[in-house]
Design a protein around this ligand. Sequence first.
Ligand code: NG6
Ligand code: CA
Length: 528
Amino acid sequence: MRSHLLPSVFGVHLVGLAFLSVWLEEPVRAAQPREKTPNIIVILGDDVGYGDLSCYGAKAVQTPNIDRLAKDGLRFTSGYCTASTCTPSRYSLMTGEYAFRKKGTGILPGDAAMIIEPGRQTLPSTLQKAGYRTGAVGKWHLGLGSKETGIDWNGEIRPAPLDVGFDYSFIMAATGDRAPCVYVENRKVVGLVSNDPIEVNYKEGFPGEMDGIRDRDQLRMNWSHGHNNAVVNGIGRIGFMKGGKAALWKDEDMADVFTKQALEFIQREKDRPFFLYFATHDIHVPRVPHARFVGKTSMGPRGDAIVEFDDSVGRILAKLEELKLAEDTLVVLSSDNGPVLDDGYQDDSNEKLGQHRPAGPLRAGKSSLFEGGTRVPFIARWPKRIRPGLSGAIVSQIDFCASFAALTGQPTDPVAMLDSQNVLPALLGESAVGRSHVVEHSGRVALRQGSWKFIPPGMVTDHLGPRVALQVPAPGWLFNLESDLGETTDVAAQNPEKTKELEAQLMAVISAGPSALEPNGKKARKSE
Ligand code: NG6
Ligand code: CA
């Protein structure tokens, strides 16, 4: 039995001022009823689209484990990540700050310095303070080491996840398509032998090593754009590396390796409250599912990777049941950004797509300001507390910080976690209302407010494959998502006041704190 008892702060939220309310309610909380706080598991898929799961309407692929999670929990139809690519999205999830506020939070190379300052309040550090054991397993992509000292791949890596709130980590540094292709456990590369050190270089290749351009005919998965530097496991990558042969990952085993680590973390921490950030590599490129999933769908590697993702989720859920922890564990499943088809490898994702719609009814996907970029699958299950159902409340991953802080009786730093709101009542299905508005970020920013969506003038990416960029003219595009979920008809001209209102709201959010954007909200050069 866990003895971790903390006061509940349900009911003290003020949407929009949540951080403040949590801060101010501190003395009052002693009078609230006490209740046991749950374990928390955030399962974050990579590039999993709104339409990629059968509980969100997919037909060409079945995800029975995730469907079970949805059936026993709350499935959100307006759940958001904060940005349409990985690094800014995960930065916001971890810090509670919109990534557009900070330079250098665009998609990072594998040798980038850590972008979360050690010492700053984060989602895991908040839960650590609440007495949780915190673990990160899977994709990191928030940088390692520092600008001054670089990353000591052959020694101790500092800073690492351990320095921003995690008690344990088993990660890959960036993405599956970026060097170095090794796992890092806590501060060390796993399986490295001292006479074969690793070298990583994002500028030039190493003489004598295979090269994705020169050795293209020897690749087992051809690239379509980029991904032609180092060759590891027969697959071209972004960035060059040399050495560390014994430590290199095998793509087809990656889901099993990460899932095993996640299960072991749960097993180790079963007797105390724990927070697990389980960030799968599925379904990011290169999509190389294990042989037991190959051919499980008619969609080729992308579809099969969805089945592999579902399998990993199923094993986590089974572990919770085996340890009799399911009732007391809040599991939230989502994705770091919207879907993409060809993301740099020739893996038949377009050719074998058939009728499947990765973003479901939404327009576009990864790297877009349209809804497909940031509206993602979002499911919360906590049998003891959440009544199963469907919710249309607007919730965002950026709200995990303030919401889980509220759940565990922790204050949040109103400056560091400026953009995180306590939407706990919505997450628990006790309120149909979440946020009133949410910023969608893809280099530059757009705004959803209620059923309205505003995209300011500038470029916007459309489509799920080769980039198609459209020009949004002044005064911007306005969509009514209630009647036009697919953002097909701009109604700015018919609704000039609404357009102005959303533009002003977007500007107000931007000016509420620092911003790396240009004053007009446009993408600043060199930021992302
Ligand atoms: C892009 C990569 C893409 C993917 C993405 C990051 C090319 C041509 N494209 O630059 O393959 O790695 O970055 O994806 O290199 S994310 O999900 O981590 O944001
Ligand atoms: Ca991603």
